[in-house]
Design a protein around this ligand. Sequence first.
Ligand code: GTP
Ligand code: MG
Length: 198
Amino acid sequence: MNSAAKTLNETKHYKTEVDPQKLGESIVEVSFVGRSNVGKSSLINAICQKKNMAHSSQTPGKTRTINVYEVTRGRWIIDLPGYGYAVGLKTEKDKLGKIIEDYLHARGNLSMVFIIVDAVAGPTTLDMVMFDWLEHYSLPFRIVVNKIDKIKVSQLQERKRQIVTQLAVDPSEIFWVSSEKKAGIADLQKEIAQLLQI
Ligand code: GTP
Ligand code: MG
């Protein structure tokens, strides 16, 4: 186990909030956004080598609150509600979008937003809206493509090429991962350890 992984394994659930204004101050934090069911919570578990610290589920819309995980004092990993959750009242959907926006506007010590994209679905319209929004507000972000285990090995190169073209970025800018198979997790652990200065 590398030293980043070791420290990340110390992570504990710290608090659950619905109101971003009540989160309190971190020293430094990174957060995970993406559409519902893309695997944000699973990815946080994989990074911290936990079974079900962040609750994941096959039912989209599992995470409806802001969940703070503390690696060491004041150094946070944040699991946000998913966007684009189709079922439920319209007002509920709007409220989820608002939680994410309010959170992103409120955080002075936010050092990186990881946007998780589904390897099979590719970047959705809402993902593109999120990229534009983050760029507009000059928030730092990195793209993580999750569930690469769902792509046949023989098709993976071509799928990567397609996603990279759609996103108009360099392939090296993307983390290609599978939280289920724990592929690509070590690079993400190192990146997060650097960002959180742990
Ligand atoms: P919300 O909380 O609803 O926004 O979803 P989420 O983005 O937190 O997704 P979650 O981690 O709950 O995972 C959703 C489903 O995808 C679960 O059934 C996971 O087991 C599955 N999943 C997550 N990561 C992977 C992966 O890398 N590969 C595969 N095959 N399935 C995955
Ligand atoms: Mg979740």
